[in-house]
Write a protein that binds this ligand. Structure first.
Ligand code: LHQ
Length: 264
C-alpha cells in the first residue's frame, strides 16, 4: 500500500509506524485512520514483523480527531455523524490493535490528546519522551472520551484518577504519567526512539506465540472470573506448549545457554 499520512519502516523484526501530519500534531483524518488500519492488518500477516512501534513525526504524538477536517465534513456531508465516524474508522483500529498477537509499543514523542491519547492507551507499552504529555482533551471541546479511553484509563490509573483526567482534561506530564502508571518509562527526548527500538527488538526476539497469547490472556483475565481466567490460561498453555519456541526455551535452559527464539 502507498501510504500518504504514515511513514513505515522495518528493522530487526520491528515495524515502525510514524503518524505523519506534523503540521497538525498528527491529528486523525479518515485517511490516516484507514492507513493505520491497513498497516496493522499487514503487520498481523507479516511473519517478519514480531513487534510494532507507533510514534509521531514532529513535536506531537497525536492530537486526536482533526477538528478542522471534522467540521468541514460536518458542513459538507448531510449524513455525517460522530457515531458513524467512530464505528467505521476509529473503533475497528482500536480493536485490531488489541487483538494483534504481537507487542505494540507507543513511543510518545509529544502531546497525546483526545483520541490520540486513546491510541497510546491501546498500545501494550508506552515509552514517553520527557517533553511528552497526555490529555483527555475531549471535555475541552464538549465531547466525551472515545476510542477506548473509558475502558483503558480506569484499568491503568484506577477509577478516581481516570474520572479526574476525563472530567478536567488536564495535561499530564511524562513524569506524572509514569507515576500514575500511564507510561512504562520516561526517556530524554533525544533517546526515545533508540530506547523504544531496543525494547521492541528485545520483544521481537522473544517467543512471539507466547507473547501474543500473553496479550490475549491478559485481556481475557482482567474481564473475567478467576475460574474462567484459569481455564483460559490452561488452554493458552496448550498452544504455547506446542510452539517450537517453547521446546527451544526448555532446551536452552537445560543446556545453560540463551534461547534463540524463532517466533513460531
Ligand atoms: C490541530 C489539532 C486538532 C486540527 C492541534 N485538529 N488541528 C473522534 C472522532 C469523532 C468525533 C470527535 O471526536 C473524536 C475524538 C477526539 O479526539 S476529540 C478531541 C480532539 N482533539 C482536541 O481537542 C485537541 C485539540 N488540540 C489542542 O488542544 C492543542 O493543540 C494541544 C493541547 C494538543 C497542543 O497544544 P500546543 O502544543 O499549544 O499546539 P497548538 O495548539 O499550537 O497546535 C499546533 C498546530 O496543530 C495548530 O495549528 P496552527 O496552524 O495554528 O499552527 C493547531 O491548530 C493544530 N492542531 N490539534 N485536533
Amino acid at each position: 500500500m502507498d501510504y500518504q499520512n504514515l511513514l513505515v519502516s522495518e528493522a530487526n523484526g520491528v515495524l515502525t509506524l510514524t503518524l505523519n501530519r506534523p503540521e497538525r500534531l498528527n491529528a486523525f483524518t479518515r485517511d490516516l485512520l484507514d492507513e493505520l488500519l491497513a498497516a496493522f492488518e499487514a503487520a498481523r500477516s507479516a511473519t517478519s514483523v514480531r513487534a510494532v512501534v507507533l510514534t509521531g513525526a514532529g513535536r506531537g504524538f497525536c492530537a486526536g480527531a482533526d477538528l478542522v477536517a471534522g467540521s468541514e465534513a460536518m458542513m459538507q456531508e448531510a449524513a455525517f455523524s460522530y457515531s458513524a465516524m467512530l464505528k467505521r474508522h476509529y473503533n475497528p483500529l482500536i480493536l485490531l490493535m488489541r487483538s494483534l498477537p504481537k507487542p505494540i509499543l507507543a513511543a510518545v514523542n509529544g502531546v497525546a490528546a483526545g483520541a490520540g491519547m486513546s491510541l497510546a492507551l491501546a498500545c501494550d507499552l508506552r515509552l514517553a519522551a520527557e517533553s511528552a504529555s497526555f490529555t483527555q482533551a475531549f471535555v475541552k471541546v464538549g465531547l466525551v472520551p472515545d476510542s477506548g479511553s473509558t475502558w483503558f484509563l480506569p484499568k491503568l490509573v484506577g477509577p478516581a484518577r481516570a474520572l479526574e483526567l476525563m472530567m478536567t482534561g488536564r495535561r499530564v506530564t511524562a513524569d506524572e504519567a509514569l507515576a500514575l502508571g500511564l507510561a512504562n518509562r520516561v526517556t530524554p527526548d533525544s533517546n526515545l526512539l533508540a530506547v523504544t527500538q531496543e525494547m521492541a527488538e528485545g520483544l521481537a526476539s522473544g517467543p512471539t506465540v507466547a507473547l501474543g497469547l500473553i496479550k490475549a490472556a491478559y485481556e481475557f483475565g482482567v474481564e473475567s472470573s478467576l475460574a474462567a481466567a484459569l481455564d483460559y490460561e490452561a488452554d493458552a498453555q496448550d498452544v504455547a506448549g506446542a510452539s517450537t519456541d517453547h521446546a527451544e526455551g526448555v532446551t536452552a535452559f537445560l543446556s545453560k545457554r540463551s534461547p534463540s527464539f524463532r517466533g513460531a
